[in-house]
Design a protein around this ligand. Structure first.
Ligand code: LLP
Length: 431
């Protein structure tokens, strides 16, 4: 199985953290998001332990909550010692409601509104990651109005092109995120920040992309960013104490995905950090990384009930489910790959080639094409694996479908962490 929390149980059913998925589907209905608390905690611990091992604890992992933001996930991740990254007033509100201390929150975004910046400053957010010159001025002005000093860092575009889907690459020059390093703008932004009265520049940040399955781009990014820190020290006489190297670590969607173990990233990047600091005469800054997907993706699965099956000879077999792009838009958006299987026949061979179709009025509403599953019948339970990241968080009400509930499982027990929507919820804000 592609995630350690999954197995086929003695009844031949798919089980997650000791819970039979067919029973979960019966108890809570479908579609259903299921998240393993045990797996989320296991990954968090592996990150925290890596920071001990490779940086002597001088650093901290940050969970990028855009991957899956809800109160219970924020609570669990924070309780394991991770900071939280938020990218909107809504994610900030969720994290605060979950009881995560504002000082442990890092506020990202390429176009934060004045309202969001005020909210962050009033809440005492520990790190506003400034993305542009205009935002720097806006933060200074709003902090002055609040008669306070905003804690900031600067998002730098390091000019590194990671090999991943075009829509989720962010480190290259042609990106809407961050302040360009190569042209000297990043240096200028540091200079300006240091001259402002109501901001305190803590450090620098970069993020080169997502679902990256190689170590090299991360090592390269670390080297480039440390060289920038050294240049700041040399030209401006200031040693910045924080360096956030972003997220982007790849996970297993299929057996073919060659996801690098986290320890290997940490080992390679930390070796570069230590080497560069020594060579450049820098004290090692506090290192942050900012993973979202890898914290939650493999902890999650989605369960559906199989409905209509249409076999078109010589063309394809459409197997329709009671979900679709409204609760998982990733195939429609990125042709994302997934592993699918029949949860109630997980022990049988997957020798039927299916196109899994959603229920939205849209031909592109597919979850996967030409994928092997067990021979399906109406009423079977279909499981899609590795849906813990960017599924619930990207869900919509397209076609006025209801966002499904989310159940958290741990050691054979289950509990609802997000209630399913109702029809009343749909019209709540309609006038
Ligand atoms: N930090 C920043 C500034 C980011 O923009 C992101 C992701 C992360 C951290 C976390 O990256 P991760 O570890 O999750 O790869 N919706 C797309 C993914 C978009 C990622 C956006 N930024 C998907 O479903 O694949």
């Amino acid at each position: 199985m592609i995630s350690p929390c999954l197995e086929v149980n003695e009844r031949g059913h798919l089980a997650i953290s000791g819970c039979d998925t067919v029973e979960l589907a019966g108890q809570y209905g479908t579609p259903l998001y299921v998240m393993s608390e045990d797996e989320v905690r296991r990954v968090c611990r592996s990150y925290v332990q890596s920071f001990q091992k490779f940086y002597g604890g001088h650093g901290c992992p940050i969970y990028a909550s855009k991957a899956f933001s809800c109160k219970e996930i924020c609570r669990i991740v924070a309780s394991e010692g991770l900071d939280l990254e938020v990218v909107s007033g809504g994610e900030l509100y969720t994290a605060l409601q979950a009881g995560v201390a504002a000082e442990r929150e890092h506020f990202q975004g390429n176009n934060k509104s004045a309202g969001e910046i005020s909210f962050a400053i009033e809440s005492g957010v520990g790190d506003i990651v400034v993305d542009s010159f205009s935002e720097l001025q806006m933060v200074e002005r709003i902090a002055e109005e609040h008669n306070t000093t905003a804690q900031i860092s600067l998002r730098v575009k390091p000019g590194i092109d990671a090999h991943t889907h075009d829509f989720i690459r962010t480190g290259q020059i042609d990106s809407k995120f961050g302040i360009d390093l190569v042209s000297g703008e990043a240096m200028e932004a540091v200079r300006q920040s240091l001259g402002l009265e109501h901001v305190h520049l803590k450090g620098l940040h970069c993020h080169i992309g997502s679902q990256i399955l190689e170590v090299e781009p991360f090592v390269h990014a670390a080297a480039v960013m440390l060289e920038l820190l050294a240049k700041v020290k040399e030209e401006l006489g200031v040693e910045l104490g924080h360096l956030n190297l972003g997220g982007g670590f790849g996970v297993h969607y299929t057996e073919q995905d060659n996801a690098v173990p986290y320890e290997d990233y940490m080992a390679a990047v930390s070796a570069m950090v230590h080497e560069k600091c020594e060579k450049l005469g820098l004290s090692q800054p506090k290192i942050y990384i900012e993973p979202g997907r890898s914290v939650v993706a493999e902890a999650g699965i989605t369960l559906y009930t199989v409905g209509t099956i249409k076999e078109i000879p010589g063309v394809r077999n459409f197997v329709s489910i009671d979900g679709g792009m409204f609760e998982n838009p990733r195939y429609a958006l990125y042709q994302a790959e997934y592993t699918c299987l029949l949860a109630n026949r997980a022990g049988e061979p997957a020798d039927y080639i299916a196109t899994i179709a959603g229920k939205c009025c849209e031909s592109g509403d597919l979850i996967q094409e030409h994928t092997p599953i067990q021979r399906p019948e109406m009423g079977n339970i279909l499981a899609v694996l590795t849906t813990g990241a960017y599924n619930y968080s990207m869900a919509s009400n397209y076609n006025r479908n209801l966002k499904p509930p989310c159940v958290m499982v741990s050691q054979g027990e289950s509990r609802i962490i997000i209630k399913g929507e109702t029809y009343e919820d749909l019209v709540r804000n309609d006038v």
